[in-house]
Design a protein around this ligand. Structure first.
Ligand code: SF4
Length: 404
């Protein structure tokens, strides 16, 4: 293992950590240098299992000058670059050590986007054709990549992603000097969709994803989530990642404040509601500046804003209605529906046994006509403004549920 840990490998694998598109969990701890181990990421499968993905850059030498980026051209540090066969051989060596079974390959723009993409595609072709590697590959498509390169990426990879970075051209202009949102970023995402449609259902099984840089462009959460919703419709976006801004020394944005991690967390929660729970953008609550409230989970915010929809009778509610209840996810909703086919649900213990977070859900449910919720439980989780308490039929000092 030690022989693999060249300076280049360490620099280009740690550099890839800034790209979140392959991340579905925490970095694994493996028997290797901590720096390398932190670039091996556990990716969760739909069935709940996981596999380890090696995240690496083809090159950190960039001809672009994005204002926030550690790899920007005007920043002074020693650059590294893999040759395609070198990258492929390195990955195979890691795989043969049983450290990784998948690859996430990104790159700075070395030369032109086409030149950088050509190297990335060649590296994956070597893996697929010379090394007969059939495992997971997530390939980044660089902004401005030519159409035939996008087509080839779709043929080679299980997942591709183009980083949108910002929801509008105005916001992107505050991050990057040379990127055109419509031509360089959104257009390749359309080409991905068209290539998948031509190739058939087995192509690009893990779909296309994207990433936003959150904070420094002054964009609102409403704009980001609006962009996500539009891309889901127009290009079949599978998933969006949100990278909270962290200032990097020796960049024009080094003095800007870091984005609070809670903002990033709320964006992930809201995106999850749009993607998995059937929520639409108007269902999401924003403040007057278009920001998600930081003190309230977006699903609880929806429920509190729509109290006329609750409580729901758990023995009659549809799947779509159940998914709007805080504390009920797709799995527990499916279990409720299955249980109802066998028997009536009559108690809190019954709901708990179905995997529901009853501390939250019970407040919004009736079970055989009876209210189950302990309002004090929700009060313990977060302060609720007095006007919302009154909507529940409580005074702001009430600590116990009242009949409704
Ligand atoms: S294109 Fe921009 S964001 Fe990408 S590596 Fe270069 S400077 Fe960084």
């Amino acid at each position: 293992m030690a022989a693999l840990l060249t300076d280049k490998l360490i620099k280009l694998s740690t550099g890839a950590r800034f790209d979140l598109c392959a991340t579905c969990g925490e970095p694994t701890q493996v028997d290797a240098s901590d720096l390398l181990a932190s670039s091996i990421t556990r990716v969760v499968r739909p069935d709940g299992g996981f596999f380890s993905v090696f995240k690496v850059l083809m090159s950190d030498a960039c001809h672009y000058d994005c204002l926030y980026c550690a790899s920007r051209a005007q920043r002074s540090f020693r650059r590294h670059r893999f040759a395609p066969d070198e990258l492929a051989d390195t990955f195979v060596a890691l795989r043969d050590e049983d450290l990784v079974s998948g690859l996430f390959l990104s790159s700075a723009v070395h030369g032109t986007p086409a030149e950088s993409m050509a190297d990335m595609l060649t590296a994956v072709e070597i893996l697929r054709e010379r090394h007969r590697f059939c495992g997971y590959v997530h390939l980044k498509i660089l902004p401005g990549a030519p159409r035939d390169y996008v087509q080839r990426a779709v043929e080679l990879a299980d997942r591709v992603s183009v980083n949108v970075e910002a929801p509008t051209q105005g916001a992107l202009d505050r991050l990057a000097t040379r990127k055109r949102l419509a031509e360089d970023i959104i257009q390749p995402m359309h080409w991905v969709r068209q290539a998948v449609e031509r190739a058939g259902p087995d192509a690009l099984k893990a779909g296309q994803t994207t990433q936003f840089v959150v904070g420094p462009a002054g964009e609102s959460d409403r704009e980001i989530l609006g962009s996500v919703a539009a891309l889901r419709r127009s290009v079949g976006l599978r998933k969006a990642h949100f990278s909270g801004f962290a200032p990097v020394d020796d960049t024009p944005l080094e003095g800007e404040p870091a984005t609070p991690p809670l903002r990033q967390h709320r964006l992930y929660q809201a995106e999850w509601l749009l993607r998995e729970y059937g929520f639409q953008l108007p269902d999401i609550s924003f403040d007057e500046e278009g920001k998600l409230p930081l003190d309230t989970d977006p699903k609880v915010a929806f429920a509190l804003r729509n109290l006329h929809l609750f409580p729901l009778e758990v023995n009659r509610a549809t799947r779509a209605e159940l998914l709007r209840v805080p504390g009920i996810g797709p799995r527990s909703a499916a279990r409720v529906l299955a249980a109802r086919r066998r028997e009536r649900i009559t108690s809190l213990a019954h709901l708990r046994g179905l995997g529901m977070v009853v501390r939250r859900a019970a407040l919004f449910l009736l079970c055989d006509g009876r209210r189950l919720g302990q309002f004090s439980d929700l009060l313990r989780e977060r302060p609720i403004p007095p006007e919302q308490l009154e909507l529940f039929g409580f005074s702001s000092t009430a600590r116990a549920p009242q009949p409704v």
